[in-house]
Design a protein around this ligand. Structure first.
Ligand code: PEP
Ligand code: MN
Length: 342
């Protein structure tokens, strides 16, 4: 349920309502819009059956949240959220670019990739250290060694670090090295892992599962948020359809649909969606045009020799022209991307 306060209701009225809710053991989440303040209520509403909240000073109306996800819904928080990761805002005017190889493979590879993406305006370096591979015999990632190399790349370039975590142990280890956790598509409905990451307060990039609906995805995000971690950024990365020409099918409509259903920022991963580097540029442009808050792109100094996802990683040169185009599209849709050629 949300409590909509009247325009002009004052601080003491909002505090009074919050006090009543908290005294009954309910969670309170206040969102201040330009006109109205909305108080989101979390917990078992039955305790409110004899409390005439609608009669309290400053209260306009009580609105039930019909969606099964609450904290993630736009009814609960009408204004869009901005998730801040060590100084970088995701969901604001600035388009956020996360880029780097599929996996960390060596010091030379990750430092070279970091320098290349930094030059094009990226704010984050991506690189998998715990790799959830389709085959158990394929390269599984460098684990903590890889995270250490990511940290070196951060020290060298100032880029923020994002890397995937696949287990509780991986969360514990990665917490020492990364600025943002990534939950991959394969774990999108691993509810135990989602609760675990929800107990951290570190921002999470939460990818959509290849076979889940938007509603299921938002319910899964709710698992993270219900544990108290509201720093969730969604990432559309393609879904499984009957089409085989591309690795997955990028659900571009998920961008405006999610924006209408949820206040959470959403970025797009065209690399895993299509699986072929040739299609990454047009879909990146489409994603930003559709309203995405950023992109996560696989870039490798020598893609054809990559130990994973060789077919979809961009060369630094191709990434440079992508960034140049993105800065133009961003401007057209009222956003900004600072591409600085050096
Ligand atoms: C990745 O980003 O490295 C990855 C494995 O992506 P996804 O979880 O979307 O398949
Ligand atoms: Mn990959």
């Amino acid at each position: 349920m949300v409590i909509v306060m009247k325009p002009g209701s004052d601080k003491s009225q909002i505090e009074e309502v919050s006090k009543v809710l908290e005294s009954l053991g309910l969670g309170v989440h206040i969102s201040k819009g330009t006109e109205r303040t909305i108080i989101g209520v979390i917990g078992d509403k039955r305790v409110l059956s004899n409390v005439p909240l609608e009669l309290m000073p400053g209260v306009e109306k009580l609105v039930p949240i019909v969606e099964s996800y609450k904290l993630a819904s736009r009814t609960f928080k009408p204004e869009s959220s901005i998730v801040e990761v060590n100084g970088v805002k995701i969901g604001g005017k600035q388009i956020v670019m996360m880029a780097g190889p599929c996996a960390v493979e060596s010091r030379e590879q990750i430092i070279e990739a970091a320098k290349a993406v930094k030059k094009c305006g990226a704010q984050f370096l991506r690189g998998g250290a715990f790799k959830p591979r389709t085959s158990p015999y394929a390269f599984q990632g460098m684990e903590e060694e890889g995270l250490k190399l990511l940290k070196e790349a951060k020290e060298e370039t100032g880029l923020l670090i994002i890397s995937e975590v696949t287990s509780e142990k991986a969360i514990e280890i990665a917490d020492r090295y990364v600025d943002m956790f990534q939950i991959g598509a394969r774990n999108a409905q691993n509810f135990h892992l989602l609760r675990e990451i929800g107990r951290s307060r570190k921002p999470v990039l939460f990818k959509r599962g290849p076979s889940i609906t938007i509603e299921e995805w938002l319910n899964a995000a709710e698992y993270i948020m219900s544990e108290g971690n509201y720093n969730v950024v969604l990432c559309e990365r393609g879904i499984r359809t009957f089409e085989t020409a591309t690795r997955n099918t990028l659900d571009i409509s998920a961008v405006p649909v999610v924006k209408s259903m949820s206040h959470l920022p959403i970025i797009v991963d065209p690399s895993h969606a299509v699986g072929k580097y040739q299609y990454v540029l047009p879909l990146s442009k489409a994603a930003i045009a559709a309203g995405a808050d950023g992109l996560i792109i696989e870039v490798h100094p020598n893609p054809r020799c990559a130990l994973s996802d060789a077919a979809q990683q961009l060369t630094p040169e191709d990434f440079r022209s992508l960034c140049r185009d993105i800065s133009k599209i961003a401007e057209i849709v009222g956003r900004e991307y600072e591409y600085c050629e050096q």
